[in-house]
Design a protein around this ligand. Structure first.
Ligand code: ZN
Length: 295
């Protein structure tokens, strides 16, 4: 059995500063422009090792940098939906969240003629409506939740919880979840945002974490996916690019490792784990079955 290795890049550009951080200071917003320097570096590195990547792109970025989106697409990488302007879906009612979904889809279509099958929410935030909306728009997978590490699962809809009553699990629905973790995200390790994020780590620390997490996945989660999240404006700095290339050489040194886009991995995983069979198998995250048995 192989272990999938996905190098994913959240191409936020200015959207994260304008949308998530509500920045209006030109200096802070200009951090996002570094993406235009970083993207060619990343694409050249992926081409050097013939690795397919997944780029999660907000509509705001697609309209700002259509030529870079076109190049990413032309070089065979996957493009996934990453919101409109890096907004938090929970800040909108259902109609507003659907509007943001459509603005993102329209921008990716306009920039590169792409209709993504994958979604990653801005800053990994969800509203109570997000999964229903993803199903309505026909997405095959999401990669924003943290209910596992290397083994995918089918997302649930209708969980109920408060701080007074027992947790009630909803039902698994036909949306594959590729879990993520802040551990495997370059932003908290490396970025600096005053009064918010104090990263600026040496590469050696992050390299150790990203190597050992990968080695554990390869040894203990055969058939699983090592899902690494990076941001061009973060990973694109010189010493971090050198770290990434060393890690790529570590990952590719094993014959049972297959570099993959998220959608390619999902399509293969779905074929082996259709929802009904997976639900009945008692796989992890199939809590509704467990609850029925206990009832
Ligand atoms: Zn992002």
């Amino acid at each position: 059995m192989t272990i999938g290795c996905a190098l994913t890049f959240d191409f936020d550009a200015m959207s994260v500063w304008v949308g998530s951080y509500k920045a209006r200071n030109p200096s802070m917003v200009s951090r996002g422009e570094f993406c235009a320097v970083a993207i060619p570096r990343i694409l050249d590195l992926l081409a050097k090792y013939k690795i397919p990547g997944t780029f999660c792109v907000p509509g705001h970025t697609a309209l700002a940098y259509p030529d870079l989106i076109k190049r990413i697409h032309a070089e065979g990488h996957e493009i996934a939906h990453h919101g409109w302007v890096h907004e938090n879906p929970a800040d909108f009612d259902e109609a507003g969240e659907r509007r943001n979904m459509e603005l993102g889809l329209e921008a990716l279509q306009k920039a590169a003629g792409v209709r993504p099958k994958g979604y990653r929410s801005p800053s990994w935030d969800f509203s109570a409506n997000t999964i229903k909306i993803l199903l309505d728009y026909g997405f095959s997978y999401d990669s924003s939740l943290m209910g596992g590490d290397f083994i995918p699962y089918y997302a649930r809809m209708g969980d109920k919880y408060d701080d007074k009553t027992p947790y009630v699990f909803g039902v698994n629905v036909d949306l594959v979840e590729l879990p993520i973790t802040w551990l495997l995200d370059d932003f908290p390790h490396f970025e600096f945002v005053d009064k918010d994020t104090y990263g600026l780590s040496a590469a050696s620390k992050v390299e150790e974490i990203w190597k050992d997490e990968f080695d554990y996945a390869r040894l203990h989660a055969p058939g699983g996916l090592f899902n690494l999240t990076m941001h061009p404006q973060v990973i694109g700095r010189g010493y971090r690019m050198m770290m990434l290339e060393r890690l790529i050489n570590h990952y590719r040194s094993f014959p049972d490792v297959k570099f993959t886009t998220l959608i390619d991995y999902v399509e293969s995983w779905r074929a082996k784990n259709p929802l009904a069979a997976w639900r009945d198998s008692g796989a992890i995250q199939a809590q509704p079955k467990f609850q029925r048995q206990m009832a």
